[in-house]
Design a protein around this ligand. Structure first.
Ligand SMILES: CC(C)(COP(=O)(O)OP(=O)(O)OC[C@H]1O[C@@H](n2cnc3c(N)ncnc32)[C@H](O)[C@@H]1OP(=O)(O)O)[C@@H](O)C(=O)NCCC(=O)NCCS
Length: 161
């Protein structure tokens, strides 16, 4: 039987609670922030406004939401990947990579020349594989983080030999 590769679509307002459950489940993957997250559940939020304004893309497979990504509007040529989460049972099947490629395409379509992310140190290898480079260090309310950038080369230029 052929495996369903899944599809990407816009998030819907009625699934915000389910997305927040997925966000919590994925975030608890890294042991570093587990206690902080459980102590501060307000950090787990998918703003309805971002869903309503088409900032949130969902990956769905076999009728189940398996991951999602949020891209904020472009400012000074830069779009920010503000959240990326994959259901732990579906990790390492390319879903995160697909969501990043989709986010890059959306950002490009909106005129961005760079996609930025504030990455958890443990996610840096993943973002490196997706074409991001480290540009500095920063911090979040839960500790140190890495600022990374991906240059959004126009596809037609990238495809030229
Ligand atoms: C980071 C995350 C989105 C990756 O999603 P994913 O669907 O598993 O990623 P992919 O399958 O597309 O991975 C692509 C490549 O990235 C690298 N990678 C992904 N997860 C990794 C991990 N935990 N450790 C090391 N490398 C990893 C691998 O090279 C992988 O390729 P491979 O599986 O062929 O070796 C997912 O682990 C997640 O939701 N983590 C918790 C939330 C989080 O940290 N989000 C990012 C916030 S900054």
């Amino acid at each position: 039987m052929r495996t369903d590769p899944g599809r990407l679509r816009w998030a819907r307002e009625d699934e915000v609670p389910a997305l927040e459950d997925l966000m919590l489940e994925a975030s608890l993957l890294w042991p570093d922030h587990r206690d902080d997250l459980l102590a501060h559940p307000d950090a787990i939020e998918v703003p309805v406004d971002e869903v309503r304004t088409h900032r949130v893309r969902v990956h769905e497979q076999d009728g189940e939401v398996t991951g999602f990504a949020t891209v904020l509007p472009v400012r000074d040529g830069e779009a920010e990947l503000d959240g990326l989460f994959v259901r732990p049972a579906r990790m390492r099947h390319g879903i995160g990579g697909r969501l990043v490629a989709d986010a890059a395409q959306r950002a490009r379509d909106e005129g961005a020349v760079r996609l930025a992310v504030v990455a958890q140190p443990r996610a840096a290898v993943f973002y490196g594989r997706c074409g991001f480079r480290t540009v500095g260090e920063t911090s979040t309310r839960f500790g140190p983080a890495i600022r990374m950038l991906c240059d959004l080369t126009p596809l037609e230029r990238a495809a030229r030999p």
